[in-house]
Design a protein around this ligand. Structure first.
Ligand code: JQB
Length: 273
């Protein structure tokens, strides 16, 4: 996979040199090219922003630097043999970035990120590129960032770990919370490793029992507890066929009951966790 990033803060992308993404690059599984948007300005002050038409607060990123930058990045990529670019534009008004979208993007050979600053990029830039290539406007969550660079780091890490051969065998994707088909979309419970006692705290007995059936059941109950506590929406939207008899007992204890449609909802009396 090839990744291009056009930004006014190229150093913000330095973390892409380290860890999983850095190793994938070193192994040649990923090529990352970071470009300074100001290289495509022509005035003495390297201006990338201007006041918004219609008035209002803040500044808007200008069409011309983005147009010239993206044209050159696209042309250089094609010259290097890349194909099938998609433009990814982080914005608080984008579609939610989910694991499903990470899987979709990981199947593309070439991602071009356009992280903005200020109040975002003049709409005509994405309108123009959408006539040539798929454009994904995405939001990484319901909070407000000052710009798109942190979202590029998040999206790149989520996508890179899905590339063939990037994760070792020791860490496969199958059981990830949110991986399609994992634990029926439950959050993961707690994990433990050695030493067996630390500051007076032990390990849940069942994990030392060697009884694989009991361990699986305990982990499942922990996952149900944690999901009930932190993400009740996941239980409400779960396919009830994903819950076995013992799951239903645990959910009942946690204050959940199936409704007329079989889906689970909170019972009137739910004990605080
Ligand atoms: C400028 C961004 C995010 C990119 C993602 C997320 O554009 C704005 N509009 C309103 C308030 C603040 C901004 C600042 N801003 C470019 C830009 C914010 C991304 C962003 C994002 N992806 N929150 N904020 N989940």
């Amino acid at each position: 996979m090839r990744i291009d990033v056009v930004t006014i803060f190229p150093e913000y992308l330095n973390p892409l040199d380290v860890s999983l993404v850095g190793k994938a690059r070193a192994r040649g599984q990923l090529g990352v090219h970071v470009h300074d948007l100001r290289n495509w300005t022509h005035d003495r002050h390297h201006t990338v922003d201007d006041t918004p038409y219609g008035g209002g607060p803040g500044m808007v990123m200008k069409t011309e630097p983005w147009g010239e930058a993206l044209d050159e990045v696209v042309a250089d990529g094609f010259e290097s043999g890349a194909h099938g670019p998609v433009l990814v534009v982080p914005t608080p008004s984008g579609r939610p970035f989910t694991q499903e979208l990470a899987v979709e993007l990981s199947a593309r050979p070439w991602l071009i990120f356009a992280p903005a600053r200020y109040e975002g990029i003049d709409r005509r830039v994405t309108d123009e590129y959408a006539t040539r290539t798929p454009v994904y406007e995405v939001s990484i969550g319901d909070y407000v960032l000052a710009g798109g660079e942190a979202a590029v780091l998040v999206i790149t890490e989520a996508v890179a770990r899905l590339l063939p051969g990037v994760l070792g065998n020791a860490e496969s994707h199958r059981d990830d919370s949110f991986a399609p088909g994992a634990m029926a979309d439950l959050l993961e419970g707690p994990v433990y490793t050695k030493p067996p006692e630390w500051r007076g705290r032990g390990i849940p007995e069942v994990l030392l029992s060697g009884h694989h059936g009991k361990i699986a059941r305990w982990r499942r109950d922990e996952a149900l507890h944690r999901t009930s506590l932190h993400r009740p929406d996941l239980i409400e939207r779960a396919d009830p066929a994903a819950f076995d008899k013992k799951d239903r007992e645990t959910l009942s204890i946690l204050g959940w009951a199936p409704g007329a449609d079989g889906r689970f909802g909170r019972t009137a009396y739910t004990v605080e966790q």
